[in-house]
Design a binder for this molecule. Structure first.
Ligand SMILES: C[S@@+](CC[C@H](N)C(=O)[O-])C[C@H]1O[C@@H](n2cnc3c(N)ncnc32)[C@H](O)[C@@H]1O
Length: 288
């Protein structure tokens, strides 16, 4: 783990896209480069629903965090693969419903810490750690995690639009361990996981998408919904279960996202008719 206290010194790779920057662009963010925008333009040629589903995921984040704080009484979060800050980051949503909520943000891309420090680590109740979610033990050992998370109380661990960055071929203990170690081995009953990832029902098309993203140097595995279900067995999905995220407790009145960049306007609304690719997930509870 490398908690970076000198953001001016971070190495920003410009020869390949990064997930944080490219996804941030689809949400209307400004911290991205031509290589990131070009990668998205290539992907949407073949999978035009990707702009819609990125935004549907971010809207799900709002509804899931609201549910976890307001309805499930969660007061502490670990947000794995949190991404670059945008509107309605996890602590901002959570603290609307309980100002005492604490959040540990985790991302592997040091640009998140560099650009997010002011917004994501704004007070003693929030922090940003540069770390790899595939090494949950390291995240748990971090002094900020130890300071902010009390494992004798329920915790929510978020893996939002990051499941596809966990590959079955990952070294070490693999995606199941990354997703499940904290909830299974440390968290008390009443704790929750919120999970989403890009899925395609047709495994061949999913493999093609994975090859495209891996070709850009972005670790990626598109799964089928059944493959995601298998990673989450034994936990209890709250209503409506694991679904296409746009169907998870939809709320037309929730706050809007930042505008879609002009170059991506042709892809807005594509998923009304093209449903090949979607973000799949939900909120799951650890029972007693
Ligand atoms: C598509 S973005 C999702 C951002 C945010 N969770 C959301 O739902 O809006 C994926 C994020 O996961 C991060 N990421 C990818 N692999 C990671 C890893 N092994 N450990 C931690 N973060 C990772 C990327 O840097 C990126 O910021």
């Amino acid at each position: 783990m490398t908690t970076n206290d000198h953001p001016a010194e971070i190495d920003v790779p410009l020869d390949k896209p990064t997930s944080a920057r490219a996804y941030g662009w689809m949400l209307g963010g400004k911290d991205n480069y031509e290589v990131d925008r070009n990668s998205i333009q290539t992907v949407v040629q073949e999978f035009p629903g990707c702009v819609d589903i990125a935004r549907q995921n971010r809207q799900f984040l709002y509804r899931a965090v609201r549910y976890l704080v307001r309805d499930a009484g969660i007061t502490q979060f670990i947000d794995m693969g949190c991404g670059l800050p945008t509107d309605n980051n996890v602590h901002q949503v959570a603290q609307q419903f309980n100002p005492e909520t604490r959040v540990v943000y985790v991302d592997i891309d040091p640009i998140v810490l560099a650009h997010g420090r002011a917004l994501l680590a704004k007070d003693s109740a929030t922090t940003v750690i540069t770390a790899d979610m595939r090494e949950p033990e390291t995240i748990l050992e971090h002094p900020d995690t130890r300071r902010l998370i009390d494992f004798s109380e329920p915790v929510a661990v978020l893996f939002l639009s990051v499941g596809h960055h966990l590959q079955d071929s990952d070294p070490g203990e693999g995606p199941r361990h990354a997703l499940r170690h904290i909830i299974d081995d440390l968290a008390v009953p009443g704790s929750h996981l919120a999970v989403s990832q890009v899925v395609i029902d047709d495994p061949d098309r999913g493999a093609h998408m994975s090859a495209t993203l891996n070709g850009f140097g972005v670790p990626w595995q598109t799964r089928t919904p059944a493959e995601v279900d298998a990673l989450l067995d034994g936990l209890h999905p709250v209503e409506p279960g694991l679904v296409d995220l746009k169907d998870w407790r939809p709320d037309p009145a929730q706050p809007p996202l930042e505008p879609v960049p002009t170059a991506l306007h042709p892809y807005v609304g594509v998923t009304k008719t093209n449903t090949e690719v979607y973000e799949y997930g939900g909120v799951l509870r650890k029972a007693a």
